[in-house]
Design a protein around this ligand. Structure first.
Ligand code: ATP
Length: 358
């Protein structure tokens, strides 16, 4: 991963790509300050890879990053950029980097953004550094990604509020949380809010029932239907023993049709009345919590240090509280899963709670 070149790095470019994550601004700030400390100039490409392809950028100086550490979103804007997935897009991005005389490119984003970087690496010989910024925490090789902790805290705050209403009305809520194809937010927020059920990829394989396709009686041996039946039974048992709130946290994409479909199905098969609630984009925004600000600052500084050390094609990671370098190809190879101990902890807590109530 050490680059064999004697180019003295002078000009750095940075962009934010994919879903915005709280703490991206803190990372931009750290990159700019550390770069200036080493006499490098920095430009920021706007709106993800779009700015790189269209050559839309702005210079970044210390003044531009003062007092942004507490701001959610990203001052550089972010976007999806389908063009980056095409040979023409990669060629245009390369052309911009050459035209702007960029020596090193830092991208803050998720695994999709890193896949874009790997495609770029085949055409462009400058240094390439990834910083993991995504609320999903699904990137392999780093214990945490920037934005994850804030998203979990936002979800916790919201679910605590929902709990108040659920308690007052003795209602069942199904709260759908983000995470794409991983249950990091669902498990962490669910455990922290003492959710009565967590339905996520790690403990529940995806169910493909559609709201209009509920045929329990006709097809009672169907595996997917069985899951619904088991869930309904568990809810009824829990509710029979006490009059209280009941919160089911569900990861997005695990249940076809999401929380509204699940609520409809539970009503239809077991006459269980649930209120679905999709938290949605509020999980992405907001001022980053301390953990994300500090992680982003450490990673931003480490990115510049990696450039100084002539590294390339790496992601800055944190493992066991220490900064590490992970090859981009390794970082995108697997999705980081929720630790088994966390999944087990939820099951143990539920089992103990059921015993206690029973
Ligand atoms: P998040 O998971 O937080 O949304 P992400 O970086 O994984 O972040 P994506 O939408 O998957 O988000 O990817 C962001 C951008 O990366 C895409 O819009 C595209 O420009 C680029 N990208 C993704 N996949 C590829 C690919 N296979 N080849 C080239 N570029 C890609």
């Amino acid at each position: 991963m050490k680059k064999n070149t004697n180019i003295q790095v002078k000009r750095i470019a940075i962009l934010t790509s994919g879903g915005d994550a709280p703490g991206m601004n803190a990372a931009i700030r750290a990159v700019v300050i550390a770069a200036k400390h080493h006499q490098m100039s920095v430009i920021g490409f706007c709106a993800g890879f779009n700015g790189l392809i269209d050559d839309v950028s702005r210079p970044l100086n210390i003044n531009d990053v003062t007092h942004i550490i507490h701001k959610g979103g990203t001052i550089l804007k972010s976007a999806r950029c389908p063009a980056m997935k095409t040979p023409l897009g990669i060629a245009q991005a390369t052309s911009t980097l050459l035209k702007e005389k960029i020596d090193a490119l830092i991208v803050i984003g998720g695994d999709g953004s890193f896949t874009g970087l790997i495609a770029l690496e085949k055409q462009w010989s400058g240094q390439i550094i990834g910083i993991p910024g995504t609320i999903d925490n699904d990137i392999d090789g780093t214990d945490f990604t920037i934005g994850f902790s804030t998203a979990v805290n936002t979800a916790i705050e919201a679910i605590d509020k929902i709990r108040d209403t659920a308690e007052a009305f003795e209602r069942i809520f199904i709260v759908e949380l983000m995470g794409r194809h991983s249950g990091h937010i669902a498990f962490n927020a669910g455990i922290a809010c003492a959710a009565e059920q967590i339905i996520s990829f790690e403990n529940f394989s995806p169910v493909k029932l559609s709201p209009d396709n509920i045929s329990l009686e006709k097809n009672s041996s169907d595996n997917e239907t069985d899951k619904l039946k088991i869930l309904a039974k568990e809810i009824k048992q829990a509710q029979a023993n006490r009059h209280a709130s009941y919160i089911i946290v569900i990861a997005e994409n695990v249940w076809q049709g999401g929380a509204p479909a699940l609520a409809q199905q539970l009503q239809k098969i077991a006459d269980i009345d649930c209120t679905p609630c999709i938290l949605g984009h509020i999980q992405r925004g907001g001022s980053p919590v301390a953990k994300d600000r500090i992680l982003a600052t450490k990673m931003g500084v480490a990115a510049i240090q990696a450039i100084m050390a002539e590294k390339t094609n790496i992601m800055i990671a944190e493992h066991n509280n220490a900064i590490a370098h992970v090859a981009l190809a390794i970082a995108i190879m697997h999705q980081q899963g929720v630790s088994e101990s966390l999944v087990q902890a939820q099951e143990n807590i539920l089992a103990l709670t059921a015993q206690h109530i029973g």
